[in-house]
Design a protein around this ligand. Sequence first.
Ligand SMILES: Nc1ncnc2c1ncn2[C@@H]1O[C@H](COP(=O)(O)OP(=O)(O)O)[C@@H](O)[C@H]1O
Ligand SMILES: [Mg+2]
Length: 263
Amino acid sequence: MRKIITFGTLKGGTGKSTTVFSTAGILAERGYRVLIVDVDPQANITSNLGIDETVGGYLGIKELFEDERIHPEKAIIKGPINELPSLDIIGASMGLTSTEMRIISYPGREYLLKKYFRKYSSTFNNYDYIIFDTNPSMSIINQNSFVVSDAIVIVSDIGINALKGLELFVALWEDIVDRLDIDNNIKGLLINKYNLRSSISKEFVEYCQEEEDIRRLLFHSFIPADERISECELSRKPLNLIYKNSEVCDRYNAFIDELISRV
Ligand SMILES: Nc1ncnc2c1ncn2[C@@H]1O[C@H](COP(=O)(O)OP(=O)(O)O)[C@@H](O)[C@H]1O
Ligand SMILES: [Mg+2]
């Protein structure tokens, strides 16, 4: 069964994009067919995969949002990483911010993507996992990816601002879910940039484990702070291709085992 997962929170820099990149890379290596959908106007993953959104004729998620007649196959870039042929992407572009302004007045504006995915289910059903990367906001574009998802996974780094970002996200999404009369699909919380030697990291995790609402979402595998993650961005290859035998890659694999069993 095809599963759609969105990574989000309301704080920037927590590791959403790197988590999408590593997760998609590992799932593809395990033989799953994976589609990344980048809905962040900053287009980090899109450019990490060496895709140039400025070339003429570029079609990405912006164009699909704005014209449902465009077939997704036209926007899907197949196998941008040679070693992982089952990993595809629909890219983002800076112009997505103007799309946001445009769709804000559409009737059923939160359901545009859901409708689009249904219309082109024969394409989207070709994938085992579809993974969305979002920016830290409750934009209508992000809400579209949350609505179409089987699971939302919150990515948090350590500290008080991370906590605020995560608690605000949960509260806002609960409100929206209530208003739209749909099920709450937040299925997990991944802690990233964990530092074994730092007391703040320990206190942060303790707090998350004490709060019942947070604890039930927590993945047992935390992702350590590790320079190798930043190197992946530079080398444009996911963790499992360049640092397969590292602690941080093991942690990601353990997280993905949990993720698969949860969604
Ligand atoms: N576990 C980690 N250890 C070290 N650096 C990390 C880790 N996760 C992310 N980073 C770095 O933190 C920065 C922000 O990560 P990014 O994934 O772009 O965050 P977001 O998409 O949430 O804004 C990037 O420079 C990235 O390389
Ligand atoms: Mg990002």
